[in-house]
Design a protein around this ligand. Structure first.
Ligand code: NAD
Length: 311
């Protein structure tokens, strides 16, 4: 029997599945206090986290018996993966388990931004009936630029094409002559071309040293006037101060942000009174369905790993 520590929320059924075979310490709020995690960690064999637990060198070293980490999601920027490798501790991710949810979130954002519809409820409730003010655009026929053609980027491309969008893309790992571009019917572009040609841009890359501040004043200036940007990948990839400047000066038509440099926001007020800006609290990948899939994938894979005897 192994000791499993879960520091963020996991679907109840899968917590029970793990508990039937192992000692499970399920503390969904534990992520917020590192000292508490360390206090609970000395005999942990498997650690299960989402994106809020800071699994740094100190935490990993405090878990002397750690065999495996399960990540309820895909982004690994909260885990010191290099140190895990050194310690021979595999990190299991829930690959593709929430990709559909993120993709639907992006489609919702595209439709909402192009129609400029998020202020209409407020205006109708105020007694306004200004149909001209609420005349938006179709997404059909528009060009969507996707940065990062991985699991999520590919599903977004398919959904956008199904609604009549032309899709162009950029991915540092996929060569210009790779057959994937033709297969997915995506025009391969340089990053600069994508920035200049897109009516809307959606970002699906991990947060790394190379992608931090991928979109700053420099890119916003080159984007088409009136175009849109959606970031549901990671905070810090879009520079928030620069984005606000280009939304406020009217160069950009709107934006939707699910992820932020600091979560929750340090100073939410800076985002207020900005037209056509949609903000969500890091929920692009979070739906009832994905929550079950993510928890099931991690539960199954952690159980398999422990059953195989680990390292
Ligand atoms: N907001 C949410 O709820 C949520 C949910 C799931 C995933 N995410 C984020 O979305 C990201 C993408 O997820 P995925 O499953 O598609 O990952 P993935 O690994 O399948 O795809 C990422 C792609 O980005 C490419 N890439 C990396 N750096 C790049 C760069 N500088 N320029 C262009 N392309 C680059 C990679 O080659 C890869 O093809 C995750 O890393 C995670 O941070 C957010």
């Amino acid at each position: 029997m192994a000791n499993i520590l879960i520091t963020e929320f996991m679907n109840q059924k899968q917590v029970e599945q793990l508990s039937a075979l192992h000692n499970v310490n399920y503390k969904p709020e534990l992520y917020s206090n590192k000292e508490d995690i360390i206090d609970n960690s000395s005999d942990v064999h498997a650690l299960i986290v989402r994106n809020k637990t800071n699994v740094d060198m100190q935490l990993i070293n405090s878990m002397k018996n750690l065999k495996v980490i399960g990540r309820l999601g895909v982004g690994l920027d909260n885990i010191d993966v290099a140190h895990c490798k050194e310690k021979n501790v595999p990190v299991i991710v829930a690959e593709a388990a929430n990709a559909r949810s993120v993709s639907e979130y992006v489609m919702m954002g595209l439709l909402t931004l192009f129609r400029g519809i998020q202020s209409s409820t407020r205006n109708v409730l105020k007694g306004e009936w200004d149909r001209n003010k609420h005349t938006g655009s179709e997404i059909n026929g528009k060009t969507l630029g996707i940065v990062g053609i991985g699991t999520i980027g590919q599903i977004v491309a398919e959904n956008a094409q199904n609604m009549g969008m032309k899709v162009i893309g950029n991915d540092i790992e996929i060569n210009d002559n790779d057959g994937l571009w033709d297969k997915l019917n995506i025009e391969c572009c340089t990053f600069e071309e994508l920035v200049r040609k897109s009516d809307a841009i959606t970002i699906h890359v991990p947060l790394t040293n190379k992608t931090h501040n991928l979109f700053t004043e420099n890119e916003f200036e080159k984007m088409l006037r009136g175009s849109y940007i959606i970031n549901s990948s990671r905070g810090g990839i879009v520079n928030e101060t620069d984005l606000l400047k280009y939304l406020k000066n009217g160069h950009l038509g709107g934006a939707m942000l699910d992820v932020f440099e600091k979560e929750p926001l340090n100073d939410p007020g800076v985002f207020s009174n900005v037209k056509n800006l949609i903000l969500t609290p890091h929920i692009a990948g979070l739906t009832l369905e994905s929550n079950v899939r993510v928890s099931q994938t991690i539960s199954n894979n952690v159980l398999d790993y422990l059953k195989s005897g680990g390292k």
